[in-house]
Design a binder for this molecule. Sequence first.
Ligand code: ADP
Length: 161
Amino acid sequence: MGQAAIYPGSFDPVTNGHIDLIQRATQIFDTVIVAVARNVHKTPLFNTDERLEMLREATKGMKGIEVEIFDGLIIDYAHKKNLNVLIRGLRMISDFEYEFQMALTNRRLAPDIETVFLMPSENYSFLSSTLLKEAASLGADVSTFVPEFIATRLKKRLMKA
Ligand code: ADP
């Protein structure tokens, strides 16, 4: 395997912004491991297996992508896999503070691991899973923000909620 990187997140659910970032990452790295966090703070709308399965479906046909689940600290997971690059996305200035803190905390805990930041297309630079769920729960058509099958699943899930 050539150079590989891990892209961690909750992906609840995966959006076109995440997919845009994954695509950009594959142009830099031979393998991109998209790592779905099992332990997310907020109660997720989709469970871990669903989030994994949706990511697999959304990245089907893209080369060099692996989708996995991880527990605990991402730096421990990276060490376990012998990888030293984490990918994170920067949408707005508002992401910067949190991402900066997290990257520097991770660096203190694991100096051998680097965080690489990528910027999405400006079409997606405002898009977050949280806002998307909120809009969808209020009846918005979110099909321009997520793959079609996810828009359908979101609608179904929110109808049950
Ligand atoms: P969390 O940080 O809560 O796990 P996500 O799983 O949604 O949030 O995001 C994982 C990573 O993807 C984060 O670095 C986040 O900034 C990035 N990201 C999320 N949405 C987008 C987007 N629309 N464009 C670019 N990056 C994004």
